[in-house]
Design a binder for this molecule. Structure first.
Ligand code: ATP
Ligand code: MG
Length: 282
């Protein structure tokens, strides 16, 4: 078994895991969770990249107080001769160790980011990082959907509001139809907020087992975004920070060895590899 895996790896290249953070509604906490999760993972000495996949109104740089010299728009101009090393020179470095590929500075540049751009950039980011977290634009638009297709894990952020739950349910149904549902993990943000719906009911309402719960703490959350210091750095003892550390732990402990295939594998190979990796992990 071990020999088989060794052989398999020698034919292929190890790559990181791609995590997409999305939601059916805006202003739900995608960016806050993306940057704090990234820093929390980085504290575990894991190489982390963040791609700001909200190509119109990305605010990852703001949430990390970074003045990014380059953005994905600059990378596009180099696309033909891009390799992981050239790409690395376009990433912004955060003091935590997280590296960020910033979104374009103006919404009108978002259209320059095509599926082809993402096809090229995402694998190169995954070559250099153990995890790449993509904050995404709201809902299911083309490029967002492309990011979800590429993701190994999709974190869908919801809260306890009726409209959010309704839209999250529709989003889950669509992802189910697209065959992406098995990659989904539900994150109930602001889970302790006052609402007629209890956080514990969300799993039943949305048909998702074991959601991740993040408590409500507007003071810490808004301060984190406004001053651009992820709260896991300066408020590590708060309940909200602890919930992010727990999420980071859950994510990193379930990591399977992901591998870039040199050739597109057959469905049978895919099934076989999955089964074998599962056995290795167990
Ligand atoms: N757990 C939380 N407790 C309290 N407030 C929160 C929490 N999570 C997010 N918020 C608040 O919700 C607002 C939106 O957060 P954020 O910008 O991260 O959401 P978003 O989904 O990225 O929004 P957008 O659609 O604009 O990109 C912010 O004011 C933030 O402080
Ligand atoms: Mg955002």
């Amino acid at each position: 078994m071990g020999q088989q895996l060794e052989q398999h790896e020698s034919n292929n290249e190890k790559r990181g895991e791609f995590i997409a953070v999305c939601s059916a509604k805006g202003g739900i906490g995608r960016t806050l969770l993306s940057v704090n999760l990234a820093v929390a993972l980085c504290k575990k000495n894991i190489r982390i990249g963040v791609m700001d996949g909200d190509f119109q109104f990305g605010d990852v740089s703001l949430a990390m107080d970074l003045q990014s010299t380059f953005t994905i728009k600059d990378v596009i101009q180099e696309l033909e001769r891009l390799d992981e090393y050239t790409l690395a020179s376009y990433l912004s470095h955060h003091e935590s160790g997280v590296r960020i590929l910033a979104a374009p500075e103006k919404p009108e540049f978002a259209d320059l980011v095509t599926e082809r751009t993402l096809e090229k950039i995402i694998p190169l980011l995954l070559k250099q990082h153990e995890y790449v977290i993509a904050d995404t634009g709201v809902g299911l638009q083309d490029k967002g959907l492309h990011i979800l297709e590429k993701a190994d894990q999709i974190l869908i952020v919801t809260n306890l509001e009726m409209a959010t739950l309704k839209n999250t349910k529709s989003m889950l149904d669509t992802l189910d139809m697209l065959g992406l549902r098995e990659k989904v993990r539900l994150v109930v943000n602001r889970a302790t907020m006052e609402s007629v719906i209890q956080a514990t009911d969300v799993a039943d309402i949305l048909g998702e087992e074991e959601p991740i719960f993040i408590p409500n703490d507007f003071q810490i959350a808004s301060q984190s975004l406004n001053i651009g210091i992820p709260f896991v750095m300066n408020h590590g003892k708060t309940e909200i920070a602890k919930s992010i550390f727990k999420m980071a732990e859950q994510i990193s402990s379930r990591r399977e060895i992901s591998i870039i295939k040199t050739k597109g594998p057959s469905l049978l190979t895919k099934l076989f590899t999955r089964k074998r990796l599962k056995e290795e992990v167990e």
